[in-house]
Design a protein around this ligand. Sequence first.
Ligand code: CTP
Length: 213
Amino acid sequence: MKTALITVGSTREYIDPVRYITNESSGQQGMALIKSLIKNNFKVICLHGYLQVKPIVSKKISYIFTPNAESMLKAAKKNKNVDLAIFNAAVADYRVENYQKQKIKRNKNLTLKLKNNPDILKTISNISSGPQITVGFAYETNDVKANALKKLKKKNCDYLVLNYPISKNNIFNNKYNNGGVFNKKGHYHQIGNVTKTSFANQVLRHILKAENE
Ligand code: CTP
């Protein structure tokens, strides 16, 4: 049985005990991908941030809670020897330079000094003993294909799944997704506006078929 690593949900970077920086992601697409991986006979290691959906229960899935970028990277490095790695999590790009242990009292204005978080996908896809296949996700709002292609190269992944909003239809916290898949050569396979379940099945089918050719 093959093993897949997947990152899902959103990470958080706390500013003080009650305030944090995060990204939009319900975890719906991630859970649909896990379901599809199980159907395709994979064992799954899921590194998850915060989820707004119920995780699927199965003996074939092990969940590791990684609340922030640094813990997600550490767990990804530990679990990098897999057949397939899918990076679906919305990782908060920045964390505060100085975490305040005590709740910050509301004042007039507050200036936060932020520093860059590690790029988990980029780090893992550049490790030669890492996953056989790496798949990244990109949500883009403008010049969607050009930006996705830049990301594919920058992050050195084998496939990049592009998501983009269609008129008036937000894909966050929604049953539907929209987009397609780029391979390493930059060839694009359009999937379109379908349910997240169908999107997950089509992404995996496309990648597994291409890998078996
Ligand atoms: N990603 C990651 N670690 C990060 C940021 C992103 O692993 N610190 C992964 C995501 O899981 C996704 C891909 O990289 O698979 C693209 O995420 P995105 O947020 O679009 O990438 P950024 O590099 O943050 O690009 P942008 O400047 O557009 O925000």
